[in-house]
Design a protein around this ligand. Sequence first.
Ligand code: SIN
Length: 285
Amino acid sequence: MAMSSSTIDVRPISGAVGAEIHGVDLSSSLSDDLFAEICQAYDDHGVIFFRDQELRPEDHIAFAERWGDININRFFTPVDDYPMIAEVRKEPEQKTNIGSRWHTDHSYDQVPAMGSVLYALEVPTKGGDTLFASMAAAYDALSDGMKSALDGLEAHHSSRHAFGLNARQMKSTHGNDQAYNNPDLATQDAIHPVVLTHPRTGRKGIYVNGDFTTHFVGWTRAESNPLLEMLYSHATEPRFTGRFRWEKGSVALWDNLAVQHCAVNDYQGERRLMHRITVEGTPLT
Ligand code: SIN
């Protein structure tokens, strides 16, 4: 019987998406072989998690840089002295959190970011989990008729309604106390295929999301909305999802082309503080 040469212990968290990786210290320098195993798990599961990590900002940056160039976030508050690291913070008195709707980060960019390395510094005593959904599993489960209807369809994505001036006004009117910076920089618009072929795995996946997709190319918003809403609710059916329970020192790295995610806002009165580094992606095909 062939012996596995794997040095890491990969434990899936659900049937469709996500795996915890045990046996890795991300603050150490990772050999190329070990890094290749981690990459394989990332491609196999769409999002990977590590427990009990102690990362200085420099370690966090060094790990993120193994994956690609770092994207400096335009809208999130940076960590003091580390502009490459964005804070994902909710204070006990804040009612709203960042990322509470299902979404794919940066789909408004012409070249969307590959993914983010999120590191937990403070977690609530209960709640504050993050949900992930596999866009490939969701695509595979569509009927052949729907797959053909989506074939060749493209959609507009934008940052304007989410991070621009109007968004800030809407949010304060609706009691949203999460402040984003630089609303004047929310000028990104992009058109992407509704179904992507993943550049590394070759799997097809749904690529529209409720935060940033506005409408299909050549369709009005009114025409687009019913089909978009159907795709959002289909893509996040429980059978395509996995749920990650954070602990202090947990790390997640997700692939924006493979998954959507949603940060559950169920820990009122408690602090949750994460450091996020986003890695640049490559042009979509
Ligand atoms: C995000 O959407 O980047 C935030 C995810 C989280 O806080 O769990």
